[in-house]
Structure formats: structure tokens, C-alpha cells
Ligand binder design. Structure first.
Ligand SMILES: *[C@@H]1O[C@H](CO)[C@@H](O)[C@H](O)[C@H]1NC(C)=O
Ligand SMILES: *[C@@H]1O[C@H](CO)[C@@H](O)[C@H](O)[C@H]1NC(C)=O
Ligand SMILES: *[C@@H]1O[C@H](CO)[C@@H](O)[C@H](O)[C@H]1NC(C)=O
Ligand SMILES: *[C@@H]1O[C@H](CO)[C@@H](O)[C@H](O)[C@H]1NC(C)=O
Ligand SMILES: *[C@@H]1O[C@H](CO)[C@@H](O)[C@H](O)[C@H]1NC(C)=O
Ligand SMILES: *[C@@H]1O[C@H](CO)[C@@H](O)[C@H](O)[C@H]1NC(C)=O
Length: 758
């Protein structure tokens, strides 16, 4: 790109769209410039002030006009602009600028793992009823758009659109605002300028997209219909799992912000514009099934700025729910770590889709598979070693067994092995590997087993001259005795950016979720598909947040977050332990699932809440990010001075206690607000982490009509004499009616800032 002018012509189907005449000069990149709070109410003058800031640097009005990609001027003040590195540097030194960061790409958090059977997000009828199906809450979904014709977005039974709604519906390619929006789908906008300014081009033949709110990939449609899809009876996927599907809050109003583009991702500049508009439009809840990759700290600055966009949303009382990421099961892979975000991990359900393999000796082994059938009757069975490099023995007409130890969540080993076997004339493949959700394989049988069962099959192959196998059609077992597990792909704590903030916050089912999809998706079956990922778990929690917001319209985002975290299930709904999948299966801990598995009914009656205001988040910013008084004042739009000495993050009123560096002892404070019966007495119950002592004062909390908010202190000390890993426990307040449980995670560090290789 040496100084020439790119004229971008986007062609899709028969429609030719001149998306943008983009003047991309050598060495410019898109930078996002953050100026803090919107200090005047007039968006036009905000835009003017953004132009004025750039003018002296770029020399002319025209140059400024060509450089600016977006002005952010509703929820917060800032802009995205094409700049050279030295221009970006100069701007960052201006006093009115809080932060300048290069644009970056975020990704949708789906592992592209599909399955047969559906899940209706598990909210009980009674909460649904009490919360009026989520009406009249407005939820903004920042994702890849929407397929508006899906029956799950029909507006039957909907009343008028709330008058406070200031958003709109924007037409574009194959999207007509006056036809495709309705009383349920009340908003639809798209944001692509940041991606185009950076990459020059959006559409190619290999990478088709709709330049409109219409969803090409299907991800956004799946997410939106999981949050708020209408009741739809008699839906199935590949003829299986027939039943009624619906979203968590089937009465919610949906506003779609498309900022993610198939195979290209979502640019920070576009995401921030979507957040800015959503704040202006009047959404009550924001749902983001997206995040950036690992290692987390590579682009910490950008991440923080993205988090600041969401900070301004929370400041306006908007509840923000975002995905943990699909970079598990390794530690410190968690994303979306800011304390004002409700960060969601993914679990399986207590359901399975077993596929029987009968060996020639009549022994039957139950693997897992997702293919449309029919069954494959007895054929030859052969062993081909490593799935990544299948040995050359003839595979034609046979079922092939291979092993892989690849645990990379993005690994293509299984897909590649399946293709290789199919191309070599094989009839099916059995993959022995570490546990993780299975992929759909359409008509080709691909059964996964663990190493133990794989070894059984291998011993059988070695035991006979002509090994044979039969692969039965997959079946659907519902309520089968299978443990709930945190999915292997779900990103794990501890939080590497702010280790004292527990992340994730909560877990929800995110494996085998049946919801609506775009017909353009390769996994579409009659407008529906099974998808897996923390992307799928996030809208389940968003649905619960919507119901709670409808029930308690005046509760703050942190109050609802606290209600969800403190009431979560530590076991599965039947009382069995929750495991965490990884290279070995273990019992789940707070770094896998935060407070636990979301329990919607209990979350509606939390008893006590750990509430927070913007001032608490400001203390957090003061204590962590080296924000000085000037930048904090910019962020808040008033003269604010950080406390001196800096407040401790340990005292942030989170519904969790996480101490990454306990030496001898530390004392921290929490404050609870009674939202249950007025006259209540709560007693403390402590389950300390191993080798840790915890004392709580006072150990009884008395509430009455005048005393609704009470603080308590927690003294934590260690008996360990060496640096340990994390140990986990809990702190519970109980009035025998409500159990308000917060997770406690403590690591002893005698030697500080020391990385233990062992
Ligand atoms: C959108 O739909 C309306 C109502 O059917 C119609 O009048 C209008 O012409 C359509 N617009 C476009 C651009 O197709
Ligand atoms: C459900 O749909 C199937 C075909 O999609 C149809 O054969 C069946 O009659 C339907 N059942 C009900 C109860 O509507
Ligand atoms: C396998 O089972 C079938 C029926 O159950 C029986 O007829 C057959 O002899 C058995 N084969 C072997 C090898 O045991
Ligand atoms: C996308 O799906 C629509 C509706 O099924 C279809 O008409 C169109 O051809 C598809 N486009 C592409 C590029 O696959
Ligand atoms: C500044 O604004 C914040 C957030 O709106 C508010 O909590 C704080 O009290 C204000 N501080 C001053 C000094 O006005
Ligand atoms: C509530 O409790 C506080 C302290 O426990 C006490 O001082 C106050 O008088 C009580 N108020 C009522 C109305 O009982």
C-alpha cells in the first residue's frame, strides 16, 4: 500500500454497493482516541471538538474529514481516526486525551462445535411469569447481526415499543427497516467503517457478507434468539430433539448492533461505536459474545479502552454481560476481566448423545458423535496411529481408529483426520482424545472416545486377524446420569490483568445450545442449529439478567450481578458435583465457574446483595491503572481526586474474595444490603481455604426497617510457610431462608512476585 488510493467496491450477489471511498495512505492505521465522559449534551459540538483536536495536526479541514472514521459522542467522548504512528503519539500527549490505542480485532467466542439436541434455557415458568417474560426490558446485542425472518423473532403478543427507545432500524443490503424490524426486533444497526478503514475491503467471493444488519454467519441470530426468542413449538435438529424452543426472556425487546463480520472479526473502533450508540438508544442490558485472544496482556491497553466503553454503559445503569472466551482449559486465559462486566463461562448439560460402537467380539463401547446417521453395519476396522499423521495402511471401506493428544481449543486435527479418512475411501473414524465437545460431521460417522476406551478398541484390533466394527446411529439421552462439566474450551482464571478480581463471574450452559441461525450457515437445518461456546452461555445469563431487571427495575448492574453470583449452584441441579474438563477432569473451582452455575429462581431472591456504585469502580481505577487525577477527571467529566493512599482492590465490594499474594494476614471490608424481609438476622458460615484462617466481625448481622446496609470485616491469615497455589473456600451469610455465598480464593506468597516453575 504505497501511497495509492484504494477505492473499495463491494459486490455481493447481484447488488453493487459503494460502501466507502476510503483514502488509505501509506503508514496510517486506525487509532482509537478516548477523551473520557461526554461533557456537553450536544453530540454535534462533540464532533466539532473532535475535529478541532485533529486540525492543527493534519493541517486542513479536508484532511481531518478524511482521517476520522467515527466520533463517539453519546456514551463517552472520543474518536477513531486514520493516523500515522507519530500523529498518534502527538495526540496522546494532548491534555484532553486520556488514551490512544491502535485499533484491534476481537473475535466471536464460538468453538464451532455443534450437537443434535436442543436446550430451552432453563428458567422456571414462575420467574418468567413474575418477570413478565422480560418485558419491557430492552437488550442490545452486539454481534454479527440478525436473520429477521426467523420465526423466533415474531412479535405476536407484543405491545407498543417503549417510548423511551431512541434507537432505530437501519436499512441496507437485503434489509428493509420498514419490513424487517417489528415490535420485538425494535432496533438494527451496523458498524463496519473501522474494519474497512483498516483492511480496505469487506466482501470477497470467498468471504461474503451482507452490508446491513442482516446476519451472514448466524452467530448473532443464535445469540439473540437464545436471549429472547419467542416460543416456537415442534422444532428439531436433524429430526432429533423435537420440542418447543424459546429464549430465556421471550418477552424482551431486541436491539441488534452488528459490529462483527464473518471471518473478519470485530474491530475495536466498530465495537466502541456500537456501544456508544447503544448507550444513546436507551438499551437496559448489553450482551457481548466476543472477546480478544490470548495472551491477554498483549493488547492490554486496547482491552482497557474497550472496557472503558463498557464502563460508561454501566455508569448509565446498563447491565453488561460478556463471554469469558474460548481459550481454556489453561489457566489465566480469561477475557473481559473488568469488574463492571458480568463474565460468563460455559458448562455442559446433564445430557449426552451417545453413539454405540459394537466390535466384532460383541463388546459395545459408547462414544460421542454428531452425524445424521444411518448406522454403519459391520465393516473392517484398522488402526492408523496419530490422527495428525495417519499411517498409510489401506483405509478404503474401513472404520479407522486414531489417537490425538492435541488439546489446543482451536486445533483442526479432528477435522483434518476426518477429511483424510473420507478422502481415502474410509467409512468412518474413531478418535481417541482428551474430553471436549464433539463437532458435527453431517453424514460421516466420526465418534470420539477417551484414551481408555480407545485403548480397549486397540487391544481388540491387536487380538484378531480381521477386526470389525459397527457404528450405530447417535442417540439422544436426556436426563441421563452424566455429570455437568465446565467445558474444556471455557477460558479460566485467575485474572492476569487484575488478579484480585475473580473472573469468570458465573457459568451457564454453553454446549449443545439449539437456537435460530442464518440459512447461510453451513450447519443450518430448517433455520436452527446447535452451537457451543462461551458465546452461547453468555445469552443464557443475559436472559436471566433481563428477567431480574424486569423484576427489579431499580437494581444497579452490580446488585443484579451479586444476586446471580451469590445464589449460583455449586453442584448441578440434582445435587451432583460439577466437574471441569481439561486434560484431566477435576472438580470445578471459582477459576472455572466463578460463583457456580447460574440459578435463575434463586437469583430472584438473593436475600443480601453486595452492591457497588460508580464511586467504587472509580476507586478501582485509581488503585490499578495508574490513572492520575487529571485522567480520572476526564473519565468522569468532573474534578475528581483519587484517594491518597490508593484504596485497596481487596476492599472493592465484589461478591467474591480473591487474594493472590497473602503473606501473613490481611483484613478487608465488605458491605451487604438487605433486599429480603426487613427484620432479618444473618449468621456467618465460613469454609476457609486449606491452611487459611478467616475471622469475620461481626459474625451476626441484624437488619430492620432503618438498618438495611451493614459492613463487616474479614481477617484472613495463612499458616503456609511456602508459596502455594490457590486454595478455595467460601463465606456464607444465612438467615436459614437465604444462603448468600461468596467464593474465596487465596494464594500464599511468602516470596513475592516470584514465578514458580515447579
Ligand atoms: C421497504 O419496504 C416498504 C414497505 O413494504 C416499501 O414501501 C419500500 O419500497 C421498501 N424499500 C426498499 C428499499 O425496498
Ligand atoms: C411437527 O412437525 C412435523 C414435521 O416437521 C410434522 O410431521 C408433525 O405433524 C408436527 N407435529 C405437530 C404436533 O405439529
Ligand atoms: C454376538 O452376539 C450375537 C447375538 O447376541 C451372537 O449370535 C453371536 O454369536 C455373538 N458373536 C460372538 C463373537 O460372540
Ligand atoms: C444466503 O441465504 C439465502 C437464503 O437462503 C440465499 O438466498 C442466498 O443465496 C445465500 N447466500 C449465499 C452467498 O450463500
Ligand atoms: C464526579 O462524577 C462521578 C460519577 O458521576 C460522581 O460519582 C462523583 O461524585 C463526582 N465527583 C464530584 C467531585 O463531583
Ligand atoms: C434497627 O437496628 C439498629 C441497630 O441494630 C437500632 O439502633 C435501631 O433502633 C433499630 N431500628 C428499629 C426501627 O428497630
Amino acid at each position: 500500500m504505497m501511497g495509492h488510493i484504494d477505492i473499495i467496491i463491494v459486490m455481493v450477489l447481484t447488488i453493487v454497493l459503494y460502501l466507502q471511498f476510503s483514502f488509505v495512505f501509506a503508514n496510517t492505521k486506525v487509532y482509537v482516541v478516548y477523551l473520557g465522559k461526554m461533557t456537553h449534551d450536544d453530540p454535534e459540538s462533540a464532533t466539532d471538538s473532535h475535529h478541532h483536536l485533529l486540525w492543527p495536526l493534519l493541517g486542513s479541514k479536508k484532511a481531518v474529514h478524511d482521517s476520522i472514521v467515527y466520533s463517539y459522542r453519546h456514551g463517552f467522548s472520543g474518536f477513531a481516526a486514520k493516523l500515522t504512528e507519530s500523529q498518534a503519539q502527538q495526540i496522546s500527549e494532548l491534555p484532553e486525551v486520556v488514551q490512544v490505542t491502535p485499533n484491534t480485532l476481537y473475535e466471536l467466542t464460538t468453538t464451532r462445535t455443534w450437537d443434535y439436541l436442543g436446550l430451552s434455557p432453563g428458567n422456571s415458568e414462575s420467574l418468567l411469569h413474575k418477570a413478565n417474560m422480560g418485558s419491557p426490558v430492552i437488550v442490545g446485542v452486539i454481534d454479527s447481526g440478525v436473520w429477521p425472518e426467523s420465526e423466533m423473532f415474531n412479535d405476536k403478543g407484543y405491545g407498543p415499543i417503549p417510548s423511551r427507545w431512541k434507537g432505530g432500524c437501519v436499512s441496507g443490503e437485503l434489509f428493509n427497516a420498514s419490513i424487517h424490524c417489528n415490535r420485538k426486533l425494535i432496533g438494527a444497526k451496523y458498524f463496519v467503517d473501522g474494519l474497512v478503514a483498516e483492511n480496505g475491503v469487506l466482501n470477497t467471493k470467498e468471504n461474503p457478507e451482507y452490508v446491513s444488519p442482516r446476519d451472514f454467519s448466524g452467530h448473532g441470530t443464535h445469540v439473540a434468539s437464545t436471549i429472547g426468542g419467542s416460543f416456537l413449538p415442534n422444532v428439531s435438529y436433524s429430526r432429533l430433539g423435537r420440542g418447543t424452543v424459546r429464549g430465556g426472556a421471550p418477552g424482551v425487546f431486541l436491539a441488534i448492533y452488528k459490529a462483527c463480520w464473518f471471518q473478519m472479526g470485530c474491530s475495536n473502533a466498530d465495537l466502541l461505536k456500537a456501544i456508544d450508540e447503544a448507550i444513546h438508544d436507551g438499551v437496559d442490558v448489553l450482551s457481548l459474545s466476543l472477546g480478544s485472544g490470548v495472551p491477554l496482556n498483549l493488547e492490554t491497553d486496547v482491552r482497557l479502552f474497550f472496557a472503558m466503553g463498557l464502563f460508561h454503559a454501566v455508569e448509565k445503569g446498563i447491565h453488561v454481560v460478556a463471554s469469558a472466551g474460548n481459550n481454556g482449559p489453561a489457566a489465566q486465559t480469561i477475557g473481559n476481566v473488568a469488574p463492571w462486566i458480568l463474565t460468563v463461562a460455559a458448562t455442559t448439560l446433564d445430557r449426552s448423545f451417545p453413539t454405540a460402537i459394537t466390535l466384532g467380539n460383541n463388546i459395545t463401547i459408547l462414544g460421542q458423535a454428531i452425524f445424521a446417521g444411518p448406522e454403519l453395519s459391520f465393516v473392517g476396522l484398522t488402526y492408523s496411529g496419530d490422527c495428525a499423521k495417519l499411517s498409510a495402511n489401506p483405509m478404503e471401506g474401513k472404520v479407522v481408529l486414531c489417537f490425538t493428544a492435541d488439546i489446543n481449543p482451536r486445533s483442526r486435527v479432528v477435522t483434518n483426520a476426518r477429511t483424510a479418512v473420507k478422502n481415502a475411501g474410509g467409512l468412518g473414524v474413531i478418535i481417541a482424545r482428551n474430553p471436549r465437545p464433539v463437532n458435527p460431521t453431517h453424514n460421516f460417522p466420526c465418534v470420539t472416545v477417551d484414551f481408555e476406551l480407545g485403548t480397549d478398541i486397540l487391544f481388540y484390533i491387536r487380538s484378531t486377524i480381521s477386526p470389525m466394527a459397527k457404528i450405530h446411529a447417535p442417540r439422544t439421552f436426556v436426563s441421563h446420569p452424566v455429570a455437568t462439566k465446565v467445558a474444556s474450551f471455557s477460558s479460566r482464571g485467575p485474572n492476569s490483568i487484575s488478579p484480585m478480581i475473580l473472573k469468570p463471574d458465573i457459568a451457564a450452559p454453553g454446549v449443545n445450545i439449539l437456537a435460530a441461525i442464518s440459512p447461510n450457515s453451513s450447519i443450518n437445518d430448517g433455520g436452527f442449529a446447535m452451537m457451543s461456546g462461551t458465546s452461547m452461555a453468555t445469552p443464557v445469563v443475559t436472559g436471566v439478567v433481563v428477567l431480574l431487571r424486569s423484576l427489579y427495575p431499580h437494581w444497579s448492574p452490580s446488585a443484579i450481578k451479586s444476586a446471580i453470583v451469590t445464589t449460583a449452584w455449586k453442584t448441578d441441579p440434582s445435587g451432583e458435583p460439577i466437574f471441569a474438563d481439561g486434560s484431566n477432569r477435576k472438580l470445578a473451582d471459582p477459576f472455572d465457574y466463578g460463583g457456580g452455575l447460574v440459578n435463575p429462581e434463586k437469583a430472584a431472591r438473593p436475600g443480601l446483595i453486595y452492591d457497588m456504585t460508580i464511586d467504587d469502580y472509580v476507586s478501582y481505577l485509581c488503585s490499578t491503572y495508574n490513572y492520575n487525577d487529571a485522567s480520572i477527571s476526564q473519565v468522569l467529566g468532573n474534578k475528581t481526586v483519587c484517594p491518597n493512599p490508593k484504596p485497596s482492590v481487596l476492599d472493592l465490594n465484589l461478591p467474591s474474595i480473591t487474594i493472590p499474594n497473602l503473606k501473613d494476614e490481611v483484613t478487608l471490608t465488605r458491605t451487604v444490603t438487605n433486599v429480603g424481609p426487613l427484620n432479618s438476622i444473618y449468621k456467618v458460615m465460613i469454609d476457609p481455604p486449606i491452611g487459611i484462617s478467616m475471622t469475620v466481625t461481626p459474625h451476626t448481622l441484624q437488619f430492620n426497617s432503618t438498618t438495611k446496609i451493614v459492613s463487616f470485616k474479614v481477617r484472613v491469615s495463612t499458616r503456609h510457610k511456602v508459596n502455594t497455589g490457590y486454595y478455595f473456600g467460601s463465606l456464607t451469610w444465612t438467615d436459614n431462608l437465604h444462603n448468600v455465598v461468596i467464593p474465596v480464593s487465596v494464594r500464599t506468597q511468602i516470596l513475592e512476585r516470584y514465578h514458580d516453575e515447579n
